[in-house]
Design a protein around this ligand. Structure first.
Ligand SMILES: [Zn+2]
Length: 557
């Protein structure tokens, strides 16, 4: 493979311009109808075919065997010379990035006065990076475009049309503008597949997905990257070889980061960073990959399908999604965005990235904040107040006999069941246990928080129509949450069992109840909840602004 793929497979016909059909059709039609203008402006991201389109236009205008539909033959000597970019009297390519001075523009004007080399030929000026031209240069060009010599065509290509509007608005009005689209990953993969087939080569789908992602919308870059990967080994092009050639990390490293965050394991971060550094990966790139994953995670949550991800990444996202709320992913993206400029500039980006990952892993979760703001946390502020009836009820030790059901005397339970059946109710110890997951699901639909609280409860039929919810000492948070929403729980149970159900909440173990509320040690979370509680009591409107508030408070954590 001596000629680079990007060059060998550069389009020779309008029809070959991938994705830019709208431009191709307009230019081809203009050629076919002999209605080509004097000035064109081709805009769009780099590598999407602007210069190539300009060359095809020049080829079509000067082709010896042009088709009736306006396509150049791509084979005649004129076509080949233009396509190769070799010296041609009729086609002049100027890179404005290196020739932006007024002298060049004057030179241009003098040269533009000469007609094309042969009758029927067009003189085509292709000016790349046109936004780099100076105001003076544009003034000269404006004069030419106001009275264009016959057969002269100017094609300006730029990635930044806004700059031209700023420096040369009058010129813009004399140009026909075509906006080139970014080439999507799927289109790039298809084209890579075609090129590989023409080369009698094969590649894994994920390999092409990775290349397309690397190329970021540019076909020329995609082909260059493909070249680079192919030169890295033989046989079928695998995703592993692409990663190796491009110095990309495998999905495992990304998965480990997200798992460390989801499971709140800041300690894992150091080992992950060692691995990433050992692999010689570009840390800014790694951060970019994480951003892409998080974005895909959020998109997936809202039912959108992120394009251009390898299968392995898709399954990774599916695996992580249930453990990482979209709010958290957004918050992580925010922190990443803040850290990124420093990451790119820093002499020691590792420290920066490590700090970012630690912040992620230590970050409070959206679900916790919802819990705090919904009041489903112990309220230390209440510790000094007299114990209210509800508090007393909550702290009431759960009878040891009912604990886990093991010591429950069988005899007293049966009459209860019989008694309930006699009332025509479906609520029994057995049906309660059997339908509890449904109750949790119903509650979750109403409020994810309530569902979570109920998932931490052990339901127990205390008396006919009376359900006790037992909470372990570790579930004080959920116990309180459930206690605050007793009415909602009662409504759900009443609807589920078709009979009025009362609910009481109780601590599952005597040990928890024996601990006086006053002496409970404040955890960091308690402290935060206290802060929030105080804030909320001072300003009831804060409840409504809960979401906005949580972002601010969380970032402190
Ligand atoms: Zn030709």
């Amino acid at each position: 493979m001596t000629i680079a793929l990007a060059r060998r497979y550069r389009p020779r016909r309008f029809a070959d311009l991938v994705v830019q059909d709208h431009v191709a059709a307009a230019l081809r039609g203009a050629v076919a109808k002999n209605r080509v203008g004097h000035g064109y402006l081709l805009t769009g991201p780099r590598g999407v075919g602007k210069t190539t389109a300009a060359r095809i236009l020049a080829m079509a205008l000067n082709c010896e065997h042009r088709a009736a539909d306006g396509e150049p033959c791509g084979e005649c000597s004129s076509c080949l010379k233009i396509w190769n970019g070799s010296a041609d009297l009729d086609v002049v390519e100027i890179d404005a990035a290196s020739n932006r001075g007024v002298d060049d523009a004057r030179d241009l004007r003098e040269r533009a006065m000469y007609a094309a080399s042969q009758a029927g030929h067009h003189k085509v000026y292709i000016i790349d990076e046109a936004h780099m031209l100076t105001r003076e240069a544009w003034n000269v060009l404006l004069k030419i475009l106001e009275e264009p010599p016959p057969g002269v065509v100017f094609v300006f290509a730029t990635t930044e049309p806004q700059k031209i509007t700023n420096t040369a608005a009058p010129v813009m009005s004399r140009l026909q503008r075509f906006d080139f689209r970014r080439i999507g990953p799927t289109a790039i993969q298809q084209r890579l597949r075609q090129v590989l087939a023409a080369e009698h080569l094969d590649a894994e789908d994920d390999a092409l997905v990775l290349i397309a992602r690397q190329a970021d919308g540019g076909m020329r870059d995609a082909l260059s990257v493909l070249d680079q990967c192919l030169s890295f080994g033989d046989g079928i092009l695998t995703a592993a070889r692409v990663r190796q050639a491009l110095g990309l990390l495998d999905d495992e490293a990304y998965g480990e980061v997200l798992a460390a965050v989801a499971d709140r394991q800041p300690g894992q971060v150091f080992a992950i960073m060692d691995r990433v550094a050992d692999a010689g990966a570009d840390l800014a790139e790694f951060a970019g990959g994480l951003a892409e994953l998080l974005r895909a995670l959020v998109m997936r949550h809202y039912g959108a399908e992120p394009e251009g991800l390898p299968e392995s990444t898709r399954s990774l996202i599916a695996e992580i999604a249930p453990r990482l709320a979209p709010e958290d992913a957004v918050r992580m993206l925010k922190l990443l965005g803040e850290a990124e400029p420093a990451l790119r500039r820093s002499a020691n980006p590792r420290i920066g990235l490590e700090t970012l990952l630690l912040r992620w892993a230590m970050m409070d979760r959206a679900v916790d904040l919802r819990a705090i703001l919904a009041g489903a946390v112990p309220l230390p502020a209440a510790a000094g107040k007299p114990i209210t009836e509800r508090t007393a009820l909550r702290l009431e030790p759960r009878p040891v006999s009912s604990d886990r059901g093991a010591a429950t005397p069988v005899a007293p339970a049966e009459p209860t069941e019989i008694g309930l059946r006699a009332q025509g109710s479906g609520l029994t110890e057995a049906t309660l246990a059997a339908t509890w997951s449904d109750v949790i699901a119903t509650a979750t639909r109403q409020s994810p928080l309530l569902g979570q609280a109920l998932a931490h409860a052990t339901p127990k039929l205390e008396a006919p129509g009376m359900v006790g919810l037992g909470f372990g000492p570790d579930s004080a948070l959920f116990q309180d949450g459930a206690a605050r929403q007793l009415a909602a729980v009662e409504t759900i149970l009443t609807a589920t069992f078709g009979t009025p159900v009362k609910v009481k909440v109780q601590a599952a173990s005597a040990a928890a109840a024996a601990t006086p509320a006053q002496s409970r040690r404040l955890s960091a979370q308690d402290a935060r909840s206290e802060r929030l509680t105080q804030l909320r009591s001072r300003d009831p409107a804060l409840d409504a602004a809960a979401k906005a508030l949580d972002l601010e408070l969380m970032d402190d954590g």
